[in-house]
Design a protein around this ligand. Sequence first.
Ligand SMILES: NC(=O)c1ccc[n+]([C@@H]2O[C@H](COP(=O)([O-])OP(=O)(O)OC[C@H]3O[C@@H](n4cnc5c(N)ncnc54)[C@H](OP(=O)(O)O)[C@@H]3O)[C@@H](O)[C@H]2O)c1
Ligand SMILES: *[C@@H]1O[C@H](CO)[C@@H](O)[C@H](O)[C@H]1NC(C)=O
Ligand SMILES: *[C@@H]1O[C@H](CO)[C@@H](O)[C@H](O)[C@H]1NC(C)=O
Length: 318
Amino acid sequence: MAAFFLVAGVVVVAYLIFHNICVKGKTCKSSVKLHGKTAIVTGSNTGIGKKTALDLARRGARVILACRNRHKAEAAMAEIRRETGNNEVLFMQLDLGSLKSVRTFAETFLKTEPRLDLLINNAGIFMHDTTEDGLGMMFGVNHIGHFLLTNLLLDRLKECGPSRVVNVASLGHNFGKIDFNCLSTHKETGVCKSAIDMFYIYCNSKLCNVLFTHELAKRLHGTNVSCFSLHPGIIETELGRYSKSLLLVLLKPFSMLFFKNPVAGCQTTLHCALQEGLEPLSGRYFSNCTVRNVYPKARDDAASKKLWEVSERLCGLS
Ligand SMILES: NC(=O)c1ccc[n+]([C@@H]2O[C@H](COP(=O)([O-])OP(=O)(O)OC[C@H]3O[C@@H](n4cnc5c(N)ncnc54)[C@H](OP(=O)(O)O)[C@@H]3O)[C@@H](O)[C@H]2O)c1
Ligand SMILES: *[C@@H]1O[C@H](CO)[C@@H](O)[C@H](O)[C@H]1NC(C)=O
Ligand SMILES: *[C@@H]1O[C@H](CO)[C@@H](O)[C@H](O)[C@H]1NC(C)=O
């Protein structure tokens, strides 16, 4: 019996050490307060978006939960208000899979809110479908919706500088490529025939996030708006909910042990949003609260410019 408890104790301690070193990752060190500042967090009813919104609310920010589902968002809003005592946490409806919804959101926001200090483009989806505008779902939601949203809010961000745009990308962008021919024929960054294609199309959309950030930083040169992209870690969230992939089902028990929890998962987002002095690194990519070099394809000037122009056309900005 004693031997059993000894072994169990050793296993638990070993796991905790392993978890702290290999899973958890660094924590955002900034203690900055955000009273009088306004932040938008997209996709903040669950996952790392919710924990990001919670942290910003705890620092005193006015936080707009930009979510598609009123019911889920209001539940998150009540929870965040209760946990932080901050009642300036509000819901505004935003479906990134609808250009019309993005425009309505931006109009409402600009009419009712005088400030914007932080735009956290966090929402993401891993699912094969088509948006109401006929775009591929992952390209449409993960990239185009956020591209349009950011452009519509850019003047307000400029007026409120120093301000920041944070784009939650993924390590998966390394597997991505932007096939402009496919984009012009399918309004999607890939053709989905199997589960593995779906993974690649997701990665392509995440490469779009990194290239968008690269180009945005150039266009923001000389303003007081900076922007960053990031990999949040591998986190136990609802991201895999639409996937029937056996791999994800089999991973489930392991994910509880080896994946970050959402609080650990939002630290790099918070770092990019809050850490003092990051402005000279505008346009760069972060992971584990640290700036990282990306492969040439993720900082390709020609590709990022072309993606910007295609994106403008697809969302009717040009
Ligand atoms: N989890 C990971 O391991 C991991 C790794 C790398 C990168 N990421 C990135 O991290 C970000 C957050 O993901 P998560 O892991 O927290 O996933 P999650 O738990 O699935 O949360 C995703 C959020 O995005 C929202 N969303 C999806 N489609 C939307 C739409 N059309 N309009 C508005 N909101 C929409 C979801 O709303 P509903 O609840 O209404 O669906 C949800 O609030 C994503 O950009 C993801 O790509 C995650
Ligand atoms: C994050 O960085 C810290 C310090 O550099 C390191 O000890 C830790 O192992 C890293 N964690 C992850 C999950 O990458
Ligand atoms: C940026 O901020 C500084 C310091 O607040 C200010 O002096 C400068 O005019 C701002 N620049 C622009 C382009 O708004």
